[in-house]
Write a protein that binds this ligand. Structure first.
Ligand SMILES: [Zn+2]
Length: 246
């Protein structure tokens, strides 16, 4: 495994250096606030992380490619690394690893209240949060390349993430739309909510929150039936149009 270990102060300095390099080179990101991002921005991050944190390990050892996916929809986890299952049998230059980033959380960062803890670290703006999620994904990439398998629940991952980036938790405790619903609108799964649909006020049960809220509204002609035989119609409602029903 990579024998790299930094103390907290150097991690902070290095993370700041990465951020400042991104500001210099990115067309989209010029401050901590995020409202626009492209795959190239992630590539810029990758190159500086490699140089500043990994002592150019990726440049010197990885002959394949990292591809970046930006998704507005990944609401449950803000990042995901995908690696071919047969990486062990592939030629080094054929390997393509995908880092997928769900941008929703970073764009909505300022709308969320409360502590925004990512991998055990307090964050202060959308870009800082993105950096820490990206760092987490880079450890996945590193493990896939070295061991052909990676799990952030395992000890090896946790140790590496702690040594290199000071992460004290594996899970991104990322406020999702569900957190936003709780914090900003005071509503939770199972609550009775109201919204207006085609000028008609409707009341229903909030059953899920992903990109939008899923609300089941009683309707005799509905196509969903619960165990008591009550029929429902399903609605997908933007969060900002929901209110708690009294
Ligand atoms: Zn992970």
């Amino acid at each position: 495994m990579l024998k790299i270990k930094y103390d907290h102060a150097s991690i902070k300095t290095k993370r700041k250096a990465v951020r400042e390099s991104l500001w210099r080179e990115s067309k989209n990101i010029k401050s901590g606030t995020m409202d626009c991002i492209s795959p190239l921005d992630l590539h810029i991050l990758y190159e500086h992380y490699d140089k500043i944190f990994f002592k150019s390990w990726f440049r010197d050892n990885f002959k394949g490619q990292i591809l970046y996916e930006l998704s507005p929809r990944m609401t449950k986890s803000a990042g995901k690394t995908k690696c071919p299952k047969n990486i062990g049998q592939m030629q080094p230059d054929e390997v393509k690893v995908i880092i997928a980033i769900g941008v929703d959380f970073f764009f909505k960062y300022n709308q969320l209240v409360g502590s925004k803890n990512v991998c055990g670290l307090e964050t202060h703006n959308g870009l800082e949060a993105l950096q820490i999620v990206f760092e987490h994904e880079l450890i996945h990439v590193l493990e896939f390349l070295l061991f052909h398998t990676s799990s952030c629940n395992k000890q090896r991952f946790k140790e590496t993430a702690k040594n290199i980036f000071g992460h004290s938790q594996s899970h991104h405790h990322i406020p999702t739309n569900l957190t936003l619903a709780r914090e900003k609108y005071g509503i939770n799964i199972g609550d009775k909510v109201q919204f207006v649909f085609k000028d008609k006020p409707l009341t229903g049960l909030l059953v899920n929150v992903t990109k939008r809220a899923t609300v089941m509204v009683e309707n005799l002609a509905g196509e969903y039936v619960d165990k008591n035989g009550t029929k429902y119609e399903k609605y997908y409602v933007p969060l900002e149009r929901l209110a708690k029903a009294r």
